[in-house]
Design a protein around this ligand. Sequence first.
Ligand SMILES: Nc1ncnc2c1ncn2[C@@H]1O[C@H](COP(=O)(O)OP(=O)(O)O)[C@@H](O)[C@H]1O
Ligand SMILES: [Mg+2]
Length: 284
Amino acid sequence: MRLGFASAPLAFAPKKPAKSLSPGNRKATVIAVAAQKGGVGKTTTTVSLGAALARYYDKKVLIIDLDAQSHVELALRDMVNAGAGSLAELLEEPTMMEVGEIAVGTRIPLLDVMPGSQDLSRAENRLSTRIGKELVLRELIDVTRTHYDVILLDCPPNLGNLTLNGLVAADSVLVPCNPALLAVSGVEGLLGAVEQIKKALNPKLDVLGLLLTRVDQRNASTNALIVDMLVENWGELLAPVQISADVGVQKAQIEGVDVHGYDAHGRAATQYCELAEWVLARIA
Ligand SMILES: Nc1ncnc2c1ncn2[C@@H]1O[C@H](COP(=O)(O)OP(=O)(O)O)[C@@H](O)[C@H]1O
Ligand SMILES: [Mg+2]
């Protein structure tokens, strides 16, 4: 008696991937910009560094906003073209498409953006019940990586599932930190998480550096104390470039443009170009 099992279609067969992005010929370095604390300059650094790399160093750059607050798009709202798809949807159905298929261009020719959205919070919650939940973003940029030189991930201010996905998808992590004790204490937590992720999920993850941001030069003695503390604990990781507190950053964000578009010769633009140069030397 034939039971016919062999030819019957499996009702539980996994869905076929429907990705249609064909491979490019680049090989992006993926950099997560992450810190446990909010307000330390993650988004400003992601946007200003990404814009510098695209504008002045001829790099094809993609910025992915992993924060439900969508600050990347807010900061660049006069630059980002309309029409991006939803990253949250991709996180919930990762075989559907690649991030590179739904990211959008900007007025900077070599800079693309995958904006964040409020529904990232819901997607993050749903991720928590998924097997392999830490690996979803890595899968979503598997082919996308071949279309860019650098992919920057703007992470949310916590160590939740989205930051975890960012750190698992990344080659290296850049950790912005303000010259303030509370910000420094957050660095320890983040670096601890990086160590765990290296052991369990992403052995090649490297700490690109700690970046001091919003350094108010008028507070020289407090700044020196914090620098001493950072050097004592993580000396070799402290980036040689510092980003000063500069009202030009806020003015650029109010106008919805990057610091280089706002004032190419301003202090913030110059320092973020120095950072871009340092980053390129580190990832070369
Ligand atoms: N170098 C800077 N000088 C002045 N203000 C800054 C600087 N960097 C960031 N800011 C401001 O600080 C606030 C927090 O920065 P943001 O990049 O959004 O931090 P995060 O992404 O870590 O929450 C924003 O209002 C931003 O305009
Ligand atoms: Mg932010």
